[in-house]
Design a binder for this molecule. Sequence first.
Ligand SMILES: [Zn+2]
Length: 88
Amino acid sequence: MQVFTCPFCGPRDETEFHFAAEAGKERPQPAEETSDADWADYLYFNDAPRGPAREVWVHVTCGEFFLMTRDTVTRAVSEVAPLPGRGE
Ligand SMILES: [Zn+2]
């Protein structure tokens, strides 16, 4: 079992968190001119790098989304931070 740290609540059991998205993905614009294939690529396909990855996670208990940088090989978390504009 791993412990993740919510920037708002502090350390909690990993079962309280869910992966939400890769951080920094560009939403296709304009939406009404985006093809189904481009939407599918944006919604369902991730880079899934080996090593450090910057991701958006949600702490289900408080409902807050935040940034987590973790190593996908070692599972070590190097940074957690609120999403830009959310503050701490
Ligand atoms: Zn929380």
